[in-house]
Each structure stands twice: as structure tokens, then as C-alpha cells.
Design a protein around this ligand. Structure first.
Ligand SMILES: Nc1ncnc2c1ncn2[C@@H]1O[C@H](COP(=O)(O)OP(=O)(O)OP(=O)(O)O)[C@@H](O)[C@H]1O
Length: 317
């Protein structure tokens, strides 16, 4: 069986459970995301997959081979699994081409193709301390790709990058995955990185996977407020209010996204009267807070020129 499979991976530090019986199968997904709050165990899990951290129990299998932890092998890591840490370092006092030469297992032609994909050709003669954060990330990525990996593990690759460098690294990563066919697992806690990219998302909390599934499912049907909050803004909508909006037979309150509602200046069937509390400009849409009786809702809308205190009508999208 090709791909990655984890069975009951657990790890403790003293009395603290860092990973609790984690199992999953990556073989059907090319773009997976592990998301979770700080300290939930995401980086540790990625390191266990890469063979760079020792699990106390459980098995990691990649392409039919059991991945050994650092206590079980002389050289930690696996040749076909590339791991790019958020704290990566490039060797100092060397030129970029020297750093890449040491890692290179490819032909010159293939290496040049990778440098072009990673947009680093113009940086090869620079010293490693003469690079911006975004350039360093692209070089670190190229260095990992030179070993011809089949699985790419990226730990918060976009943290510390401004929007321009982030978008450029995103483009590079997508080009690399498309042209090489490698599978990728990305650790992130930013919904803006996760939502447009992921095929399959796993949500971690306190060392456990608390929900996993297709990205749209996780976004629209979060298991609880923890999962909902990780994927963006949300409303806890009382069932009494949902009944007024035309939703029947509800047992509990619902977690609904700001895009699940519509704001209009005109009344319509199943629309409820509300008052604008605040309006924020977000570029291609507005985020408004509306008061509906005792409750407040956050809604995204394209309606122009709404003013605080204005009467509107809210309905379900
Ligand atoms: N080498 C270690 N020894 C002991 N405890 C560790 C070690 N590495 C991490 N931990 C602890 O394990 C828990 C999970 O850490 P981890 O770095 O995996 O979380 P994370 O979800 O990646 O967090 P972040 O988003 O902040 O990077 C934390 O409580 C951390 O303090």
C-alpha cells in the first residue's frame, strides 16, 4: 500500500500527553492539513511522521515501510520524507549554491528545473545571510526537494511572511506539488491558508484528533466551537431564532458562518428585523454586526453604505 498510515501513535512528556492514540490514512489525499491551537501537538506529530521524534507507542508506515524513530536508527529521518520546520536554519557563511550542492541527489538538469520552480535561480550566488525570509523559505524548500521526496511535511511555512511573500511561496508550493505529484501535509492554524488549499483537514486538540474530513465539511459543520473558531468567524445561533428564519425541528442551537446569512433593506418571507451595530470594510465585502432582539450576529454582506442603527432584515442564505 503506498502512502502514509499512522496507527495509534502516542507520546508523553512526564505526565503530559502530547499525542494520544493518533491514527489516520493519508493515501487518498494529496493536500492534507493538520490544524489546532498552539500546543495541541501538531509539530510533534509531524516530527514523528518524519522519523525525527520518538513516539512511545504506535506505528508510522510510509510506502509499506515502518518509519523508525530517532532512538531506533543512527541517522534520524527518512530519505523519501522531507520535513520543513518553522525553525529551519540555513548553514551560515556559505553561498546558496554551496548549500544546495551538498543536498543534491539530482542531475544538473533536474536541479535547475527545481530551482526554477522554486524561483531561486537569481539567488544561487548570494550568501545565506543576504536573504529575505521569503527567499530563505524557498531555498529551504528547494533543498528538501533535491532529495527527491515522495512526501512533503510543512510546519507553518507561512508564519513570519508578509502577504506578498506568503502568496509567492504558496504559488511555488502549488507548482511544486503539481509538477512532481508529491503529497503534502501542512501544519497551520490560519484559516486563510487552510480553506483554499486543503483537501482533507484534521483538527487536533490536546494531542487528539477531534474532527477530520473534507475542508468544506469541517468549515460548515464543525463538531463544536473549538473547531468552528479555528476555521474562522462563526455565530452560535439560538434555535428559537432559527425557527423564525424558517428552520424547523431543531434540537439545539447551531454554529453558522457569517456567510450563511443575508442582510437586506427590504423585508421578505422568513426574514427577521434587525439593527446594524457596526460595519467593517473588508475589501470585497463588509463585515456587519447586527442586533436581533437580545442576540448579535456577525454577517458578511455586499450591501453598500449600511450605517450603525439602520433597520435591516436578516434571512438565511
Ligand atoms: N521535546 C519536547 N519535550 C517535552 N515537551 C514537548 C517537547 N516538544 C513539545 N512539547 C510539548 O508538547 C506539546 C505540543 O507541542 P507542539 O509543538 O507539538 O504543539 P503545536 O501544536 O505544534 O504548537 P505551535 O502551534 O505553538 O507550534 C506542548 O505542550 C509542548 O510544550
Amino acid at each position: 500500500m503506498s502512502g502514509l498510515k499512522l496507527s495509534k501513535i502516542s507520546k508523553k512528556s512526564g505526565q503530559q500527553h502530547i499525542l494520544r492514540s493518533i491514527s489516520f490514512d493519508q493515501q487518498h489525499y494529496k493536500r492534507m492539513v493538520i490544524a489546532g491551537e498552539t500546543g495541541s501537538g501538531k509539530s510533534t506529530l509531524l516530527k514523528v511522521i518524519a522519523g525525527l521524534a520518538q513516539a512511545d507507542s504506535g506505528v508510522v508506515v510510509f510506502n509499506n515501510e515502518v518509519i523508525k524513530g530517532p532512538l531506533e536508527t543512527l541517522v534520524p529521518g527518512h530519505a523519501k520524507i522531507a520535513y520543513l520546520s518553522q525553525l529551519f536554519e540555513l548553514p551560515k557563511f556559505l553561498r546558496v549554491e554551496q548549500v544546495l550542492e551538498y543536498a543534491n541527489l539530482q542531475s544538473e538538469k533536474e536541479a535547475n528545473r527545481l530551482f526554477k520552480l522554486c524561483e531561486i535561480q537569481h539567488l544561487l550566488s548570494r550568501k545565506t545571510d543576504e536573504l529575505s525570509g521569503g527567499e530563505r523559505q524557498r531555498i529551504a524548500l528547494a533543498r528538501q526537494l533535491l532529495s527527491n521526496p515522495e512526501l512533503l511535511l510543512l510546519d507553518e511555512p507561512y508564519s513570519n511572511l508578509d502577504i506578498i511573500h506568503k502568496n509567492s511561496l504558496r504559488k511555488v508550493i502549488d507548482k511544486v506539488l503539481e509538477s512532481t505529484g508529491i503529497a503534502c501535509i501542512l501544519v497551520s492554524h490560519d484559516p486563510l491558508d487552510i480553506l483554499p488549499w486543503a483537501e482533507h483537514v484534521m483538527i487536533m486538540r490536546k494531542g487528539k484528533i477531534v474532527q477530520e474530513g473534507a475542508v468544506q465539511h469541517i468549515y460548515h459543520e464543525p463538531a463544536d466551537e473549538y473547531v468552528a473558531a479555528l476555521m474562522g468567524k462563526y455565530n452560535v445561533v439560538p434555535k428559537t431564532f432559527l425557527k423564525q428564519l424558517g428552520k424547523q425541528k431543531l434540537k439545539t442551537n447551531e454554529l453558522l458562518r457569517p456567510g450563511s446569512f443575508k442582510v437586506s433593506r427590504r423585508s421578505s418571507a422568513n426574514a427577521v428585523e434587525a439593527y446594524i451595530e457596526s460595519v467593517s470594510f473588508c475589501g470585497s465585502y463588509f463585515e456587519v454586526s447586527v442586533a436581533v432582539k437580545k442576540d448579535s450576529l456577525t454577517i458578511y454582506t455586499s450591501v453598500q453604505d449600511l450605517r450603525s442603527g439602520e433597520r435591516v432584515f436578516v434571512s438565511l442564505n
